[in-house]
Design a protein around this ligand. Sequence first.
Ligand code: FDP
Length: 336
Amino acid sequence: MQTKITTVQQHILDEERLHPGATGDFTALLTSLTLAAKIISREVNKAGLVKILGETGEINVHGESVQKLDDFAQQTICRAMGHNGHLCVMASEESADIIPIPGESEKGKYVLMFDPLDGSSNIDVNASIGTIFSIHRKITNHTPEGSLEDCLQKGSDQIAAGYFIYGSSTMMVYTTGQGVHGFTLDPSLGEFLLSHENIRTPSRGKIYSINEGHVNSWDAGTRRYIDYVKEDRKDRGHPYSLRYIGSLVADFHRNLLKGGIFLYPGPKGKLRLLYEASPLAMIVEHAGGAASTGAERILDIQPTSLHQRVPLILGSVDDVMDYNQFYNEALAAAAD
Ligand code: FDP
């Protein structure tokens, strides 16, 4: 049980103070992001009223046009983040190109990458969805505006990453490299309060999360690994239980807290390096877990394009290491 009440702003400020010379910009940046998330959370909670208040693309009973929730989330983040003077550029899973900071607004030293509403195919059925974010420092210095080069940085260069999950309650989980911390939104106060300090993921879980409908497109290593975790071997803690919501933030959040492995394997993968894989990899590593493609560590991948997809295997460290071994043994056997 927490012995004191800490808001997310206080927590970020305390962490920033650990860095000599910190200006408070970073605290202000994350604070703006929590505002955007509160607005999105409010709208997500109304999604079930769509039949009453109007379908997307329609004019609702109040005479307002109803936006798709993912467009709404995208616009809310751009409006909350584009004018605060802390960012030089943004990029989103929902935009083909980089998102420049509006001309009249001051430019800052940070880069924001985000997936505004991940798992959005679950909105209709009231399952948890989320917003994922990743923050880098600007690396180019020829203009105040950020560029594509500032966005295409390795995950290991992130200075912060996190997500908001809109579930039975709304939570924020983030890391700046000093532990992973979770905050729960108290809707009556409109504040995120520290509820999960220093999250550590178990080194081995009992859950595997994968879309088994794609079994025919899996590589041999993935197939063998999934057969292995399903074996009836009580001595090894097998069989594991399958849990798959199909909403990455929700599957990731459960496995982070309970332990387990999430897999969206190759050959190409579906999930995006910059908006999904890298931020979640930073979080899981700082919670004691691991993230890989099978062949390499996610955080070591140099992005080559904004919407690059990667195979993504992440979760409890011993489980990810087992997967890597199956994957690499199958590759080596195929090469013989
Ligand atoms: P969605 O298509 O609903 O937005 O990245 C998108 C994502 O969901 C992830 O949240 C989820 O883990 C994955 O796709 C689910 O994909 P499958 O339907 O292929 O399992």
